[in-house]
Design a protein around this ligand. Structure first.
Ligand SMILES: NC(=O)C1=CN([C@@H]2O[C@H](COP(=O)(O)OP(=O)(O)OC[C@H]3O[C@@H](n4cnc5c(N)ncnc54)[C@H](O)[C@@H]3O)[C@@H](O)[C@H]2O)C=CC1
Ligand SMILES: O=C(CO)COP(=O)(O)O
Length: 319
């Protein structure tokens, strides 16, 4: 069947997902707020020659009844884009983070803005340029009910991009949000020359605090051992292409946060998510020392040396 897919957002990830869906044989239409300046053709240093095939239309038009919508704009802009969603069509939110103003996950934003639209999320270890190149990868589609998740995972899967289904929307969204914050910590440690041991400790203890938070938020800690948790955390904390990791590297080298963010080839969601996740953790009485340290460091209430000391000088405890 020639399914009709609408991709909303024409940055790196939206363009990669458009290419992926096009390869599955779907008819793909991309919505961009400014189609003339779609980012990946030129403005993405990682993706210098990455034009979309001519039968993928890029415009500011929204079709009335596509079969599926993939929403791929940064989390802080989700609420401004969701009112454009065609009514009654399933939407998979593909962004990773926490809305700062409401301290809620993307699916909560959808329920607030468009409660009548059925929603799901897609998350996992997926660098856009590798998906665009058709390299093998896997991720998770989570929806409130497993049968919805299975249907949507099947709708997006291909032989090179394998989607697993989950009904743990909280765990999957938390994994995608937290890994960006921890990747800033990992990059900062590497940029400051603290070494590979320090990075491995940040990854492992970052996963531990994310698991605690998942339990408090009503998610399943086991989800954090999967693709949307550990899988994406490892990729983002070790893959040089990660913008959150690059942000951390620059901070570790001594750059000012605003300059580091401006030099990135796209959005680093961890920058806005850090304080929002910290707010969520505090509201639930959960101790998240790495997320807290990144949030305070980005807010410039801690120096790099103070951040390092704060994490290392905490009382010893059982693992
Ligand atoms: N790049 C990657 O490898 C991956 C990114 N993601 C997630 O996907 C989301 C989007 O990331 P990217 O596409 O990489 O970012 P990007 O920085 O490459 O592009 C963001 C796009 O959103 C558009 N945009 C920004 N504000 C908007 C608004 N108010 N209305 C409409 N469009 C707006 C921009 O014009 C741009 O086209 C983020 O949450 C990111 O964490 C998830 C997996 C992989
Ligand atoms: O989400 C990603 C990989 O799964 C992309 O990471 P960055 O946003 O840090 O580039």
């Amino acid at each position: 069947m020639n399914r009709h897919i609408l991709v909303m957002g024409a940055g790196a990830w939206g363009s990669a997902l458009a290419l992926h869906m096009h390869r599955t044989g779907a008819r793909v239409q991309v919505w961009a707020r400014n189609p003339a300046t779609r980012l990946p053709t030129g403005a993405m240093p990682r993706l210098p020659d990455w034009p979309l095939p001519s039968d993928i239309t890029v415009s500011d038009a929204i079709p009335a009844k596509p079969d599926l919508v993939l929403v791929v704009v940064p989390v802080q802009h989700l609420a401004s884009v969701l009112p454009l969603l065609p009514a009654g069509v399933p939407a998979i939110l593909c962004c990773k983070g926490v809305e700062r103003a409401s301290q809620t996950f993307p699916l909560d934003v959808l329920v607030r803005v468009r409660p009548e639209c059925p929603g799901a999320v897609l998350s996992g270890p997926n660098f856009a340029h590798e998906i665009a190149a058709g390299l093998p990868a896997a991720a998770v589609v989570a929806a409130p009910h497993m049968d919805q998740a299975l249907t949507l995972a099947a709708a997006v899967s291909s032989p090179s991009f394998r989607l697993y289904a989950s009904d743990d929307c909280t765990g999957v969204q938390l994994g995608g949000a937290a890994k960006n914050v921890i990747a800033i910590a990992a990059g900062t440690a590497m940029g400051a020359g603290l070494g590979e041991n320090a990075r491995a400790a940040l990854i492992t203890r970052g996963l531990a605090e994310t698991g605690r938070l998942a339990a408090a938020l009503g998610g399943q800690p086991a989800t954090l051992a999967g693709l949307a948790g550990m899988g994406d955390l490892v990729l983002t904390c070790t893959g040089a292409a990660s913008r959150n990791y690059q942000m951390g590297l620059a901070l570790g080298h001594g750059a000012v946060a605003e300059d580091a963010a401006a030099a990135l080839p796209g959005v680093a969601e961890g920058v806005t998510t850090a304080s929002a996740l910290l707010g969520m953790a505090r509201a639930h009485g959960v101790n998240v020392p790495i997320i807290e340290t990144v949030s305070d460091f980005l807010a410039k209430t801690l120096t790099l040396e103070e951040a390092r000391s704060r994490l290392l000088d905490r009382p010893l405890k059982a693992e």
